[in-house]
Design a protein around this ligand. Structure first.
Ligand code: PLP
Length: 397
């Protein structure tokens, strides 16, 4: 099964058209799912395009092609999870003694991975506030091999300047990778901003239906893309056949979903901001890059095609208030993860960022009253009514 290249089109068109009509045998519009783990040889020493599904699968080829096209890269590797994609990067680029510079407020699972492996001597890591220019320069002076950027950050939606950090990192001799999970290529194209690599938890917006765990690494340089594919097979982290199909199906509607989710998020952010200005406000702090007073608003305007559909806020009150608020919600499910069509809410300290020590969370500004919302595609007025009744319930003792 070949893979039709889609060049010169906009994201929504690429997402829908790339890889369709590639089945020559039956003319299937949707690429078939090839579940076979192995492929016969046509004769002695005569392999076909694929020999074993860990190394290559026709359906995974298609989704990898689509991912590379969406991010504007030379090649992509789909992996079994976002974490295995991040682990793959570290395996390929970092050896004992090499340094990784990561954001101090990166995704809790990434933090735990870097922290635990560095303790075992796999590589060294420095966690740094990348919006603090002098702290960043100090870290880069130690000549890292790899710099991970996560913007907007999870869960505080801090924005850092990708182009600026990539320039500084390149001067220091490092490769740069951007975790683009929170925006997807519809809203941010890190390779165009100077990054060498992009990593995704495809579990989130790319799939968009909360029914799959997958990841991806996309490389700008074809030689690096090949190297990543070799290592992905070597350590056995490539994505499965059925997961490739699910991911491709999710990507078909990526633009439509993300834009609708983003519109809903803007309406909810406005509502929460109004609440935060009320006399007895229950919204202590609101984090959403679309707000003009958000410290990263101007950079977000420049490097993003929109402000995304994630927001966080601090709920004023004690643990009981939190309990009442969360229990009263009917449309926001209390669950980890993000980017699906359904709205989710998570209490970051006990859920997504429980892998960080209380001290590391404090340093990153993640308080016990912080709630993170992933806005879905429901009707925005229904979502607001749901939040409204939860605020009322929280205020009733
Ligand atoms: N990167 C970010 C920003 C995430 O939010 C997550 C998961 O929440 C990951 C990476 C890890 O992805 P996965 O859960 O697919 O392993």
């Amino acid at each position: 099964m070949g893979c039709k290249q889609i060049a010169g089109f906009k994201q929504a068109t690429i997402a829908v058209q790339s890889g369709i009509n590639v089945d020559e045998q039956y003319g299937c519009v949707v690429p078939p799912v090839y579940l076979s783990s192995t492929y016969n040889f046509t004769g002695f020493n005569e392999p076909r395009a694929h020999d074993y599904s860990r190394r290559g699968n026709p359906g995974r080829d298609v989704v990898q092609q689509v991912l590379a096209e969406l991010e504007g890269g030379a090649g992509a590797v789909m992996t079994s999870s976002g974490m295995s994609a991040i682990h793959l990067l570290c395996t390929v680029f970092l050896q004992p003694g090499d340094l990784l510079v990561a954001p101090h407020d990166c995704y809790g699972g990434s933090y735990r991975l870097f922290d635990s492996l560095s303790r075992r001597g796999a590589y060294n890591v420095i966690f740094v506030d990348q919006s603090d220019g002098s702290a960043l320069k100090q870290a880069l002076a130690q000549k890292p091999k790899l710099v991970l950027i996560e913007t907007p950050s999870n869960p505080l939606l801090r924005i850092v300047d990708i182009r600026y950090i990539c320039e500084l990192a390149h001067e220091a001799g490092a490769l740069t990778v951007v975790d683009n999970t929170f925006l997807s290529p519809v809203l941010q194209k890190p390779l165009d901003l100077g990054a060498d690599l992009v990593v995704h938890s495809c579990t989130k917006y790319l799939n968009g239906h909360s029914d799959l765990i997958a990841g991806a690494v996309i490389a700008k340089d074809p030689a690096i893309a090949e190297d990543l594919a070799w290592w992905a097979n070597n350590i056995g982290v490539t994505g499965g056949a059925f997961d490739s199909y699910l991911l491709l199906r999710g990507i078909r509607t990526l633009s439509a979903r993300v834009l609708l989710q983003q519109n809903n998020a803007a309406v909810i952010a406005e509502y929460l901001q109004k609440r935060s200005l009320q006399k007895q406000s229950q919204v202590k702090k609101l984090y959403y890059p679309g707000l003009k007073d958000h410290p990263g608003h101007d950079i977000a305007r420049q490097q993003q095609a929109g402000f995304g559909a994630m927001l966080s806020f601090e709920l004023d009150g004690d643990e009981q208030t939190m309990h009442r608020f969360l229990s009263a919600l009917k449309l926001f499910t209390l669950a980890e993860s993000l980017g699906g069509v359904e709205s989710l809410i998570s209490h970051t300290a006990t859920m997504t960022h429980a892998g960080m020590s209380a001290e590391a969370r404090e340093q990153a500004g993640i308080t016990d009253s912080l709630l993170r919302i992933s806005v879905g595609i429901e009707d925005s007025q229904d979502l607001i009514a749901d939040l409204d009744s939860a605020f009322q319930a929280a205020a009733t003792r």
